[in-house]
Write a protein that binds this ligand. Structure first.
Ligand SMILES: Nc1ncnc2c1ncn2[C@@H]1O[C@H](COP(=O)(O)OP(=O)(O)OP(=O)(O)O)[C@@H](O)[C@H]1O
Length: 647
């Protein structure tokens, strides 16, 4: 591991090396202390590691049918024709193997004669059947592969779409639930592995069909042969399982480091953080951090090679010994006259087929078991989020003339203290209300309740006479225009960035009108393709706006909606004075048809509000007009305003 080379460090100091896993670099006696290696991080793979380590062979055998059924259901739901094609091909491929082995058994005695020409003349029909059966089996495998290739993209899209859609529909409270991000990430991995599972299932079932065919043929030829076959393949099978477990243990020991390295890789390479990373000379430490993670993964993978070699060597030697034993027993049976040479020859061919089939069964059972764990995360997450996406009610929310909070409070999941304590408050149409308060006072949480984004944990929010807890969430959202603190820089064309969430219209007049209201007309006209210009620097042909211009666009988006409830949470924090002035002037001009709520820390802007509501520690401390409150002795607004003036 190489320590970071901070600018200004001597090359020798920069080349300081540490050894030992995840060891902290000892503090240097002279000079500044050296950085610590990144800590061992544990991500959502934790659950699977335990499941994989603790699983007995029986557990694994029991779980695989469930994973097979889940995969079959998924395949059936996206493309029945291809799913059926795969099943039929598997069966035909198995029948092909059985026919081939039987034909070989019939051809061999006719070939083992003194005159090879005569033998060939008699054996050719059986040999021809064997060739056709083999070709059919191979074709069926190719056909199944084709069907899987058609099926896989559909499975991938269906799994991904379902997950993305659920995220977008889930109640906001789902995001606040403990461990939501971890479970969401695990479900993402599950969605990715859904495709692998279809491939695993295809290879595994093919192995099972081939093994069954070989076993049936052998038993028909001589009842003893099934036992002989098992003897030859069992050691290889056991060796395969143990080797697979070793392989997965190495994989699992590195999964956290690989996960976190992958996340950090994005941070190190994205244009979004390129300025900060360079200007603050962060590169040295981050290089050291990334190098440490690479070393950690590399070391564990290299260490895993030795036990893997030991086990595979041992399994192969034992398998070889047992195969030798099988051949010796076959020779014994032939010499004792209990078996013909032809049957013994067929047994050797069948055992090779069975051995290959068993290898894929073992390999893909283990892989399926592992991938199946991820798929169950996927389904578990879907159930969890679905439970949180249940319809609130069927009442249709209409544009409100009045929003009334009756003892409404909100406590975030897992928190003891309420972010907003019981509040009773009325907001009226035509009014512009400014919400003011110090950081953490509960302004954003109150906004979420007013707009029906969250349902209060206690009390009620009423839009006229409709209780939002019992209203259809979509009908509420249709009435709301929200500019949140963090708004999306959507990688879409300028036009879509303004109209996003609204039905498409024929002309662009209303778009230009919204742009004019936020002072963006000149900027948008100057773009290479005006409204068609893609607003994403990272994408080829894209164009980037400044922070303040993005904020203006977010305001334009909310104004374009002409909503009945317009809420802006610090909409002008990155804007210049002209932009800010224009936005507040427009808000006033639009105010008569809607309820307008603005959260701002710039108290000069608060003057334009009809009413100022000052929140303090989750409760309304004071409300009234700006002038009234500022003039009131001991008011919080007065104090905050004085501080703002004193800068
Ligand atoms: N998703 C969340 N999960 C848990 N607690 C939260 C969450 N969001 C906010 N809080 C907590 O709720 C309280 C109120 O937060 P809120 O964001 O509503 O304050 P705010 O007045 O908007 O603050 P700011 O001016 O900094 O934006 C804070 O104590 C905050 O830590």
């Amino acid at each position: 591991m190489t320590a970071p080379h901070h600018p200004g460090d001597s090359p020798a100091a920069g080349a300081a090396r540490v050894s030992g896993e995840a060891a902290s670099l000892p503090a240097a006696r002279t000079g500044p202390p050296q950085p610590s290696a990144p800590p061992e991080l544990d991500y959502n793979g934790r659950k699977h590691r335990r499941a994989m380590d603790d699983a007995t062979l029986w557990d694994m055998a029991r779980r695989i049918p469930a994973a097979l059924i889940q995969t079959a259901r998924l395949a059936w739901s996206v493309d029945r024709r291809m799913a059926l094609t795969i099943v039929v091909c598997q069966l035909l491929s198995g029948i092909g193997t059985a026919v081939m082995l039987t034909a070989v058994a019939q051809a061999l005695p006719q070939l083992i004669v003194d005159d090879p020409r005569q033998g060939l003349a008699r054996a050719w029909p059986a040999l021809a059947v064997a060739v056709v059966a083999m070709a059919t089996g191979a074709s069926m495998w190719i056909l199944a592969d084709w069907a899987t290739r058609r099926l896989n993209p559909k499975i991938a899209s269906a799994a991904d779409l379902q997950l993305v859609d659920l995220h977008m529909r889930a109640e906001l409270a789902a995001y606040d639930a403990e461990g939501f991000a971890d479970r969401s990430q695990a479900a993402d991995i599950g969605a990715l592995h859904a495709v692998d599972l279809a491939d695993d299932a295809k290879t595994l079932t093919n192995g099972l069909v081939q093994l069954a065919s070989a076993a049936v043929v052998l038993t028909t030829l001589h009842p003893l042969l099934l036992g002989v076959l098992l003897l030859s393949v069992v050691p290889r099978g056991l060796g395969g399982v143990i080797a697979a477990r070793v392989d997965y243990r190495v994989h699992d020991q590195t999964v956290s480091a690989r996960n976190v390295r992958g996340m950090m890789r994005w941070w190190l390479t994205t244009a979004e953080l390129a300025d900060e990373l360079r200007a603050n000379t962060m590169r040295g430490y981050l290089h050291f951090w990334y190098r440490s993670m690479c070393d950690r993964v590399e070391r564990r993978e290299v260490a895993g090679a030795r036990p893997y070699l030991r086990i595979t060597l041992l399994a192969a030697s034992l398998g070889g010994l047992f195969t030798l034993g099988m051949w010796a027993s076959l020779a014994g049976l032939v010499l004792a006259g209990s078996m013909t040479t032809a049957v013994a020859g067929t047994a050797v061919v069948a055992s090779q087929t069975a051995g290959r089939a068993l290898n894929s069964i073992i390999r893909y059972s283990t892989v399926m078991f592992h991938h199946g764990l991820y798929l169950s995360d996927y389904y578990g997450f879907i159930d969890e989020v679905r439970a949180m996406t249940t319809a609130r009610g069927t009442a249709r929310a209409e544009p409100p003339r009045q929003i009334r909070l009756e003892g409404a409070s909100y406590t975030y999941p897992g928190k003891e203290a309420a972010a907003v304590r019981p509040i009773t408050l009325t907001l009226n149409r035509g009014e512009v209300v400014a919400l003011v308060g110090e950081n953490g006072a509960g302004k954003s949480t109150l906004i979420r309740m007013l707009t029906g984004l969250t349902v209060p944990t206690d009390g009620k929010v009423l839009w006229d006479s409709t209780d939002l807890a019992g209203a259809d969430a979509e009908s509420v959202r249709r009435q709301v225009g929200l500019v949140p603190q963090k708004n999306g820089h959507w990688p879409l064309a300028a036009r879509e960035n303004i109209t996003l969430g609204q039905p498409r219209e024929h002309g662009d007049e209303r778009i230009w009108d919204a742009a004019e209201r936020v002072g963006m007309t000149k900027t948008l006209r100057a773009l290479p393709k005006e409204l068609e210009t893609l607003l994403a620097r990272s994408v080829w042909g894209g164009h980037e706006l400044s922070g303040g211009q993005w904020q203006r666009l977010a305001c334009a988006r909310a104004m374009y909606r002409e909503p009945a409830v317009l809420v802006l949470d610090e909409p002008t924090s990155e804007m210049d004075a002209r932009g800010e002035h224009q936005i507040f002037r427009e808000l006033r001009a639009m105010a008569s048809d809607r309820i307008t709520v603005v959260v701002t820390h710039r108290l000069d802007n608060v003057r334009m509000a009809d009413r100022v509501i000052v929140l303090d520690q989750g409760t309304v401390r004071e409300q009234g007009s700006f002038d009234e409150l500022v003039a009131t002795e001991g008011s919080l607004l007065g104090e905050l305003y004085a501080l703002a003036q004193d800068r």
